[in-house]
Design a protein around this ligand. Structure first.
Ligand code: DMJ
Length: 656
């Protein structure tokens, strides 16, 4: 539009054109001749133009410049060091907020200790995250054409509506299933008196944990052993009885028959999934679905099969996303799902959606309904279509776009049990699921190349990978990988079996060192290999121990697969440490700092202490014919699932 054409809009009293006015003004004499009123108007207009150009520039900077969210977080949200998030830091400020949030969320959920400034830090970080997310989303949306946005919305709506219809189709009730008596549950006493005594001690520990839960927190999720009252984590929404369901199979194999019966009665009468609250799909699956399935396969009691399938059906709406990659969080009543607010770009988490496979395959087996298996097999299809950076699986995957989020790779938190479930899917299928086997060994090969390193004193560790840069940190959670490498050794590509067994042994040694280098002889949440330290936690917020099982889990597999006595020795060291530092009158408590000379309790007896830590310890001091590894798979919460080799049809390897 010609500039002069705009002038009449401003009603020039001189009746001249802008061109004339400006020309006169620039010529000097003409300005005088136009009169003072006309001049003021022109000046006003120029000023208005300059001002609107300035505003446009500012908005442009916010919305259109690359990484404007990062600029903003650096400029607007720069807090003082004392108020910076205490968790892990990543290179960019945007990433930093997400890392901190991951850390905070995990600590909050697991009842780990926080520092005194935690509330302030939480609020600030939440504001920062919300701003960054809003900016990111606005930027992504602005990059699309309106027709594209509309089409996306329609497609998404249609897909979700179809999924909902399908899942609501009447569930045909449970078909009769021939219960196969479990193999290897006869609990013979070990011949060696010293081992017998140790095993009895571990059973006594289980009694102490259970009796106190029963006395002070019966029916609630977990126990606060210092306060002697119940503890509930938001992970379970308002589903109740996490400790009861998680402990079922440990009670069974330790032959605590009365306790198993009380647990069963509570489940019959009280376990209710009609809750109007958000739950973590992953946690509810591994603890509740896993615990119920395991109890069914051990005891043959129908109530456990019925409850497991009922809960499985309740979890199905989590898969109502455009890609079929499930949401992390689900309201069990409304069926509405969403992802953790801290997860990169609204992504689902690899270790969460990748840790449903074993339980869902069994749900299809026990319900006669293929829907559960279809949902988890679709996750694989999505993964197999994606390009993997250096062959690695990032921890974040967006369920809407079906594309990776941030390129962070970890064999610990956020990644861990995805790899575990690939291996175990192959084993649980009676070694017929060749696709899972290939995915597992391909992933392990990439992990070895890009993540596994040796310290200067020769300790092998698994670092974390952040967009190509290594963070030389290993989490307690990562320590499960020693057992995984050893368990998979048998199926390793030609000539690599011994190598994987040795890799498992090396990881076990490193994790044992992380325990041995503390005052309490229990390992920290994460330990580092940088700044001159090896296998030691250097950050205050990584020094806690919350009764986690992963190191003992690796000792269990290493013991079973090598019978090297050092694993029983190391396991016993852990028992002594638990007794000296975690046992209190009211049960067992986690510790805030394993390097301190006195105990600072976190006051939570985690349900996985009964499900996993004590079960693995008991197995280390039992003969191998109790739950033989050829017949049983342990889910990631140590719940028992039998090999499903009913048909020998192999899952073909598909073209990628
Ligand atoms: C357990 O719930 C499971 O082992 C899970 O895979 C990881 N976290 C805890 C134990 O540390």
């Amino acid at each position: 539009m010609p500039v002069g054409g705009l002038l009449p809009l401003f009603g020039s009293p001189a009746g001249g054109s802008l061109g004339g006015g400006l020309g006169g003004g620039l010529g000097g004499g003409g300005r005088k001749g136009s009169g003072p009123a006309a001049l003021r108007l022109t000046e006003k207009f120029v000023l208005l133009l300059v001002f609107s150009a300035f505003i446009t520039l500012c908005f442009g900077a916010i919305f259109f410049l690359p990484d404007s969210s990062k600029l903003l977080s650096g400029v607007l949200f720069h807090s003082s060091p004392a108020l910076q998030p205490a968790a892990d830091h990543k290179p960019g400020p945007g990433a930093r907020a997400e890392d901190a949030a991951e850390g905070r969320a995990r600590r909050r959920e697991e009842g780990a200790p926080g520092d005194p400034a935690a509330a302030v830090e939480d609020n600030l970080a939440r504001i920062r995250e919300n701003h960054e997310r809003a900016l990111r989303e606005a930027k992504e949306t602005l990059q699309k054409l309106p027709e594209e946005i509309q089409r996306d919305i329609l497609l998404e709506k249609e897909k979700v509506a179809q999924d909902q219809l399908r899942d609501k189709a009447p569930f045909r009730g449970l078909p009769p299933v021939d219960f196969v008596p479990p193999i290897g549950v006869e609990n013979r006493e070990p011949a060696d008196a010293a081992i017998r005594e140790k095993r009895a001690k571990i059973k006594e520990m289980m009694k102490h944990a259970w009796n106190n839960y029963k006395g002070y927190a019966w029916g609630l999720n977990e126990l606060k052993p210092i306060s002697k009252e119940g503890h509930s984590s938001s992970l379970f929404g308002n589903i109740k009885g996490a400790t009861i369901v998680d402990a079922l199979d440990t009670l069974f194999i330790m032959e605590m028959k009365n306790e198993f019966e009380e647990a069963k009665s509570w489940i019959e009468e009280n376990l209710d999934f009609n809750v109007n609250a958000e739950i973590s799909v992953f946690e509810v699956n591994i603890r509740f679905v896993g615990g119920l399935l395991s109890a069914y396969y051990l005891s043959g009691e129908e109530i456990f099969r019925k409850k497991a399938v009922e809960l499985g059906v309740k979890l199905l709406p989590a898969f109502h996303t455009p890609s079929g990659i499930p949401w992390a969080l689900l309201n069990m009543k409304s069926g509405i799902g969403r992802n953790w607010p801290w997860a990169s770009g609204g992504s689902s988490i690899l270790a969460e959606f990748g840790t449903l496979h074993l339980e869902f395959m069994h749900l299809s087996h026990l319900s006669g309904n293929p829907i559960f298996a279809e949902k988890v097999m679709n996750i694989r299809t999505v993964l197999n279509k994606l390009e993997k950076p250096q062959g690695l699986y990032p921890n974040y995957l967006n369920p809407n776009s079906g594309q990776w989020g941030q390129h962070h790779v970890s064999v610990g938190g956020l990644g861990d049990s995805f790899y575990e479930y690939l291996l175990k899917a192959w084993l649980m299928s009676g070694k017929t699921d060749l696709e899972a086997k290939k995915m597992y060994f391909d992933a392990v090969q990439a992990i070895e190349t890009h993540l596994i390193r040796k310290s200067s004193s020769g300790l092998t560790y698994i670092a974390e990978w952040k967009g190509g840069l290594l963070e030389h940190k290993m989490g307690h959670l990562t320590c499960f990988a020693g057992g995984m490498f050893a368990l998979g050794a048998d199926g390793a590509p030609e000539g690599l079996a011994q190598h994987y067994l040795e890799l498992g042994a090396e990881i076990a040694r490193t994790c044992h060192e992380s325990y041995n280098r503390t005052f309490m002889k229990l390992g920290p949440e994460a330990f580092r290999f940088d700044g001159g330290v090896e296998a030691i936690a250097t950050r205050q917020n990584e020094k806690y121990y919350i009764l986690r099982p992963e190191v003992i889990e690796t000792y269990m597999y290493m013991w079973r697969l090598t019978h090297d006595p050092k694993y029983r020795k190391w396991a016993w060291e852990a028992v002594e440490a638990l007794e000296s530092h975690c046992r209190v009158n009211g049960g067992y408590s986690g510790l805030r700092d394993v390097y301190l000379l006195h105990e600072s309790y976190d006051d939570v007896q985690q349900s996985f202490f009964l499900a996993e830590t004590l079960k693995y310890l008991y197995l280390i001091f039992s003969d191998d014919d109790l739950l033989p590894l050829e017949h049983w798979i342990f889910n990631t919460e140590a719940h028992l699932l039998p090999i499903l080799s009913t048909d020998k049809k192999e899952v073909e390897l598909k073209e990628e």
